[in-house]
Design a protein around this ligand. Structure first.
Ligand code: T46
Length: 142
């Protein structure tokens, strides 16, 4: 599975760090929404869903967490621990996040506004969708 980690240029200097995010530049889509996850309690697993059409860029702006990505055929795990690294999460990708450090702030840029209808929150249902998407991407069920 090809996972894209985008290296974000640091503009900071001796005073401190600074990273700029620009749509259709280092963020490869139009940004419709930004949200962030923080204060995640110890032992909690978040995510546990896929999106039918949403593309997102996920950045651990502070702290660390582990990320699982699963396209229905392959599953990969990686650590997000670098504010200069953005994980591009395409549609039809099951995601789980766990082992959040106490200070972890996960910032997410999304190409669509929030829509609960875009979520697939059941893994078996995701596998059904994923099989259709992997064999005929243009004929996803509604
Ligand atoms: C994702 C991972 C990385 C809203 O009202 N608006 C929003 O924009 C979002 C993202 C969520 N919500 C509501 C929906 C739920 O009642 O906030 C509550 C928590 O959302 P959820 O359980 O989906 O959160 P996570 O941490 O499991 O997942 C989130 C995103 O939902 C998801 O798209 O990819 O972060």
């Amino acid at each position: 599975m090809n996972i894209e980690l985008i290296l974000l240029q640091r503009h900071g200097d001796e005073r401190g760090g600074l990273i700029a995010l620009e749509e259709n530049a280092n963020v490869p889509f139009n940004v419709k929404r930004v949200y962030y996850l923080f204060d995640t309690k110890p032992g909690v697993r978040r995510g546990l869903h896929a999106h039918k059409t949403l593309t997102q860029l996920v950045i651990a702006v502070r702290g660390t967490c582990h990320f699982v990505l699963d396209n229905g055929r392959e599953r990969i795990e990686l650590s997000l621990d670098n504010p200069a690294q953005g994980l591009l999460v395409p549609p039809m990708m099951w995601r789980e996040m766990y082992d959040f450090s106490e200070d972890c702030v996960l910032m997410v840029l999304a190409d669509q506004v929030y829509d609960e209808q875009d979520y697939i929150r059941d893994y078996d249902q995701f596998l059904q969708y994923a099989n259709v998407a992997l064999s005929a991407p243009s004929s996803l069920p509604g």
